[in-house]
Design a protein around this ligand. Structure first.
Ligand code: ADP
Ligand code: MG
Length: 261
């Protein structure tokens, strides 16, 4: 079908639809005071997929990513990565990386040193370090810009440095919280498709999955293999863009997708 502009589904063979999922969330609950922000949420992320988490402001999207990354812990429920319970595992020991917005780059460090930062802290040095950083910069198409400082880059290039800084750790799962939010409309669409292409290359090379948060339904439907729609701390529907678009499970989903039904 081509009702969704710019949509190019991944070949089914590229997705890990067989065997155990990469990530499984079971009855995940998180409360802040009287507010239940995640309300017994269940979710499975497959190896190599591009998953979009779509929902309105305050629906719990960022909270869910923070739990997966390990910056916060659930009040109840479990998170399993390839069957391993993540409880108590600190963020730096999880094969998961959260991409922060480009403004979090170190302004006084070169592109190379920004990307190398996390690996240096792990004790990676010399040729091994250079190889990993070069690999990450090549993945995002910034090979020639390693010596620049962030201020000498465009907004889109800074975004790619932030991506390279996440990818250099070779995560199994990359979490992106509204990565395109700060970009203007034209750049936003182009960067979205670049992100999609990058995810495909990573999925083939090492099975990396992306979970991207967005409140933009067009972005979710055109980029993702599957979309989860969040409302009030729960996933109200998880499906392919085609199925969501054609068969929204609730009026809320239909309304959120722009009244497709
Ligand atoms: P989203 O990313 O979908 O916009 P969030 O996960 O950031 O939503 O937040 C969901 C709800 O939880 C919001 O009402 C927010 O105010 C609340 N919340 C998030 N983090 C905290 C916190 N650390 N303390 C108190 N309330 C929080
Ligand atoms: Mg958020």
């Amino acid at each position: 079908m081509d009702a969704i502009p710019g949509r190019h589904p991944a070949p089914a063979a590229a997705l890990g639809t067989e065997g155990p999922p990469l990530l499984r969330a079971e009855a995940l609950t998180r409360r802040f005071g009287a507010a239940t922000v995640l309300d017994g949420l269940d979710l499975e992320i497959r190896h190599g997929e591009f998953f979009a988490l779509l929902g309105g402001s305050g629906s719990g999207k960022s909270t869910l990513l923070r739990l997966i990354a390990g910056f916060d812990a659930p009040d109840s429920g479990r998170l399993l990565l390839e069957g391993r319970d993540l409880a108590g595992l600190p963020p730096q020991h999880r094969p998961v990386n959260m991409m922060f917005q480009a403004y979090a780059l170190f302004p006084h460090l070169s592109v190379f040193d920004n990307v190398a930062y996390g690996l240096r802290r792990e004790g990676v040095r010399g040729a091994a370090l250079a190889r990993r950083v070069d690999e990450a910069l090549a993945l995002v198409g910034l090979e020639g810009l390693a010596r620049r400082r962030p201020h000498a880059l465009s907004g889109g290039q800074r975004q790619r440095v932030a991506l390279a800084r996440s990818l250099v750790k070779r995560p199994r799962l990359l979490l992106l919280d509204e990565p395109l939010g700060a970009l203007d409309a034209g750049l936003r669409e182009r960067t979205g498709f670049e992100l999609r292409a990058l995810q495909r290359r990573l999925a083939e090379a090492q099975g990396t999955a992306f979970v991207m948060v967005t409140h933009d339904q067009e972005e979710a439907l055109s980029l993702a293999d599957r979309v989860g729609v969040m409302q009030g701390g729960r996933l109200v529907q998880v499906d392919t863009p085609e199925a969501l678009y054609e068969r929204p499970a609730t009026r809320f989903v239909a309304g959120f997708l722009g009244g497709a039904n």
